[in-house]
Design a protein around this ligand. Structure first.
Ligand code: F6P
Length: 328
């Protein structure tokens, strides 16, 4: 018997990303379109445990499609990792009459939703919201495109000063333990080297490449380093190492940090968010559960949570080769 979904919760969880607000807007408005009540859940699973809910309608989400961050706030909940915490959350949802929820977040958030569904048979749907683009089942996670554009713009600015002072810059970017951001912004900003976890360039090859750049007449260099890179030295240690072994360069470091998570979402991310919100709500309404909505060949597809959380999106090896050729 198809359970009739009458009230859907929506929440943002884990590291925030540009486009989350656009996705919240889409979920709320798709619910309104289908005459389903929608409740915002503040602060992710933490707020679910506290019963921190707010009824939302089409007007509640006006003017947010272009806003970075998330009006529903986000959090990482230790208590939800416990059965007792999930039971509290279930009791709160039941008390509010909410009979399904959409979680906008990363793999950790989906793992929580998957376990919750198994324990309470509660309908859940996931929208991949993280700048890392590290989730299996979608070519783009929400916020990834915006983060790429933000970082490329910053690297262009750093290159102005690097070339003015004939300096080498190590620029650390986010991405947790994958190199999608580093690889794409490295190619997009014309970096001389890109260090990513998926390929261990090694210190000797790095020095060799930098020497070659210098010999080819490059007066300054940009090396993009993924925060998860495993070369064995963090960016400050890399600076010291190059200082000691490559006197041709004056070296500086920029760690971009959390500014990569902010900013107004790109048009791509706004459209992606709008499409994902519709797909997530309409999948719940027809009785589907325990899936992540994803973009595959420009089509909205569903991937079972257990595959989405287990898999990792692969690095584009062709792009890696392009970056090697471009840095000749
Ligand atoms: O997952 C998104 C992300 O920005 C990663 O790229 C980064 O490693 C992590 O979150 C930082 O986490 P926090 O916001 O808790 O410092």
């Amino acid at each position: 018997m198809l359970q009739t979904i009458k009230k859907i919760g929506v929440m943002t969880s884990g590291g925030d990303s540009p486009g989350m607000n656009a996705a919240v807007r889409s979920v709320v408005r798709t619910c309104a379109f289908h005459n389903v009540e929608c409740f915002g859940i503040y602060r992710g699973y933490e707020g679910m445990i506290d019963g921190d809910f707010v009824k939302m309608d089409a007007r509640s989400v006006k003017g947010i499609i272009n806003k970075g961050g998330t009006i529903l706030k986000s959090a990482r909940s230790q208590e939800f990792r416990t059965k007792k915490g999930r039971q509290k959350a279930f009791n709160q949802l039941t008390k509010a009459g909410i009979d399904a929820f959409v979680v906008i977040g990363g793999d950790g958030s989906f793992t929580g939703a998957m376990i919750f569904n198994q324990e309470f048979n509660f309908p859940v749907m996931g929208i991949p919201g993280t700048i890392d683009n590290d989730i299996f089942g979608t070519t783009h996670t929400l916020g990834y495109d915006t983060a790429l554009n933000t970082v490329v713009d910053v690297i262009d600015k750093i290159r102005d000063t690097a070339s003015s002072h004939n300096r080498l810059f190590f620029i650390e970017v986010m991405g947790r333990d994958v190199g999608h951001i580093a690889l794409n912004v490295g190619v997009g900003a014309g970096a001389e080297e890109i260090l990513i976890p998926e390929e261990d360039l090694g210190l000797d090859r790095l020095l060799e490449s930098l020497r070659r750049s210098k010999q080819s007449g490059k007066s300054s260099s940009i090396v993009v380093v993924a925060e998860g890179d495993k070369i064995g030295k963090n960016v400050f240690e890399l600076k010291d190492y190059v200082d000691q072994n490559l006197s041709e360069y004056e070296v500086r470091v920029s760690v971009l940090g959390h500014m990569q998570r902010g900013g107004s979402p790109s048009c791509f991310d706004r459209v992606l968010a709008s499409r994902m919100g519709v797909k997530a709500v309409e999948s719940l309404i027809v009785g589907k559960s325990n899936f992540m909505v994803g973009l595959k060949n420009d089509i909205m597809e569903l991937t079972p949570f257990d595959q989405a959380v287990k898999g990792k999106s692969k690095i584009n090896m062709e792009l890696l080769r392009v970056s090697d050729i471009m840095s000749i």
